[in-house]
Design a protein. Structure first.
Length: 546
């Protein structure tokens, strides 16, 4: 788990130096930390919370971590030095009771000491943040934090200012410098901040980026309004990262219509001769999560399609009963929960609708994932390989209803959420994919019956593909991944739709879908394409991915 506690406070309403952007900075850093590269689960503590309760929540979350976790605490607001102590101001803080109404920075450090997580991070975007050094006995030149009782693989502290320095808000940035620079590094300026180009932001990368941005911001500011230089110190066994490790980072993410985000899958570009007799190369990108109720509602409204309606599992768990209208039930209708009770026809209509809104120069087709492409997404290999080492960190199963897809803890290292659990997902067929990629001649050749021929590897006669064999697999469809109703520790996560009583027309309360897009190589980001080839050399051009 990667857990971040975010605290941001503008200060008391009646304060003469109340901040304008601290809470907005909290919003910005929370969004950035939830991104696919950092992939934190965030806890936002409201600024009006009493100091004692804030302290208690920080300790609760710190002590709930496992040794394999990463734990981060972020604060944005006023930092006041009182009696040699750094006090972090909340909206309810008062000057007459400073220690009772402020969050004491030493308490935050105590929580980090108590946290069993191997990787711990503290970010202070406030005035006098360097007072933390004096309070804890650290030295700005570099203190071995293990001598302070910090026993972890890495511990990093990033502060907006040194002791007795004012870290003021900057109108042009719409917030504090430190938060702005970190958000840039995690988001729209990631490529510039990634100094070693390993597709991850280490604290060494961040230090270089902060120095560069510090110079940029101060270049045209007068001497009295210079932004303080951020202070960073820490300890690491090896390289420590603010984002996920390079081995866990995404290759590339595509932003498609209807709030659809898709992750580039680890397959080499595939070459096909299209219906128009043009040879083209393609890669594939899968939706980061199942299509949600909010996304499907937009489709229904735009196309005048009916709302989902299907069946639910009976109390005896032996039969399906209906009708069930999931959008009439709060447990099934949340915007960020997967849509359910949709047939293959419904799912394909949605895919075609999304495709029509895409740039045709980039997106060639959007369909349901083929069996092999789903396997690539789940296991990074073309065949089913169900084992605990392949799965996402956690699964939503053994439950009564679907859950939100905004779940970093159920997100794989490739950036895909709920491939296992939450809802079963409709898959595509070989025939569906062949029709959008192959010319009529290539299509006929692919599915024509074979004559017997020698197999040089087995030194025997290989059985030919008969018409019956071809058609069986040509139209074979599966549902995959399991659902909230299942015990995924004890079932197979794939079922042929021929085993479903209603086949492709099935509309169960635990059955949804996600999209998969075929992307034209000549229109995509070439750096992402290079990384795809560099990082995943095992999947060559001879692998038929559908």
């Amino acid at each position: 788990m990667r857990l971040a506690v975010v605290i941001a406070a503008n200060g008391p309403e009646d304060s003469s130096d109340r901040l304008r952007f601290a809470e907005k900075d909290g919003d910005r850093i929370e969004r950035a930390l939830k991104g696919r590269r950092p992939n934190y689960q965030t806890v936002r503590i409201p600024p009006d919370t009493k100091a004692a309760d804030v302290r208690g929540q920080i300790f609760d979350h710190a002590e709930s971590c496992a040794p394999s976790d990463t734990f981060l605490v972020y604060f944005s607001g006023h930092g006041r030095s009182v009696g040699g102590n750094l006090l972090l101001q909340l909206n309810g803080s008062t000057s007459d009771k400073p220690f009772g109404t402020h969050l004491i920075a030493a308490d935050v450090m105590a929580a980090l000491r108590a946290c069993p997580a191997r990787n711990r991070i503290l970010i202070l975007d406030c005035c006098n943040a360097g007072g933390m050094l004096r309070q804890t006995g650290m030295k700005s030149g570099g203190t071995d934090v293990q001598s302070l009782g910090i026993t972890s693989d890495s511990f990093d502290i990033v502060m907006a200012s040194g002791f007795l320095e004012a870290a003021f808000e900057i109108e042009s940035l719409g917030g504090g410098f430190l938060t702005t620079a970190i958000v840039e590094a995690l988001d729209d300026r990631f490529d510039q901040a990634d100094a070693d180009h390993d597709r991850a932001i280490s604290f060494q990368d961040l230090t270089i980026w902060l120095e560069k941005r510090h110079e940029d911001v101060n270049r045209n500011r007068d001497a009295l309004r210079q932004v303080p230089k951020p202070v960073r110190l820490g300890y690491s066994k090896g390289i420590s990262y603010l984002t996920r490790l390079p081995s866990e980072t995404l290759i590339h993410e595509f932003i498609l219509p209807n709030d659809t985000r898709a992750v580039l899958l680890p397959t080499f570009p595939q070459t096909y001769v299209l219906a128009e007799k043009v040879q083209s190369e393609f890669v594939f990108a899968m939706g980061i999560h199942p299509v949600t109720n909010a996304q499907y509602r937009a489709f229904c409204e735009a196309t005048n399609s009916p709302k989902p309606e299907g069946e639910q599992l009976a109390a005896d768990r032996k039969r399906w009963i209906g009708p069930l209208k999931p959008w009439d039930w709060p447990a099934f209708s949340q915007d960020d929960a997967p849509v359910t009770c949709v047939s293959v026809r419904d799912a394909l209509k949605y895919c075609f609708w999304i495709k029509e809104q895409c740039d045709p120069r980039l997106v060639h087709a959007i369909l349901l994932p083929s069996e092999k492409l789903w396997n690539f997404a789940a296991f990074r290999r073309p065949h089913w390989a169900y084992s605990s080492s392949n799965l996402q960190p956690a699964m939503h199963h053994r439950s009564l209803h679907p859950a939100s897809v905004r779940a970093p803890e159920r997100t794989s290292s490739l950036g895909l959420t709920d491939l296992f659990g939450n809802v079963w997902e409709w898959g595509g067929t070989e025939d569906e994919w062949a029709r959008v990629f192959l010319s009529s001649e290539a299509y006929e050749r692919r599915f024509e019956a074979e004559e017997p021929r020698e197999d040089p590897f087995r030194f025997s006669i290989r059985q030919p593909r008969t018409r019956e064999h071809i058609d069986r697999y040509r139209y074979l469809r599966q549902i995959r991944g399991g659902s909230f109703l299942d015990d995924l520790d004890n079932i197979d996560g794939h079922i042929r739709t021929t085993d479903l009583s209603d086949g492709d027309s099935t509309k169960h309360s635990d059955l949804g879908f996600r999209i998969l897009a075929a992307i034209r190589v000549d229109a995509m980001d070439q750096e992402a394409l290079k990384k795809l080839k560099d990082y995943y050399p095992l999947f060559g051009r001879d692998v038929d991915v559908w």
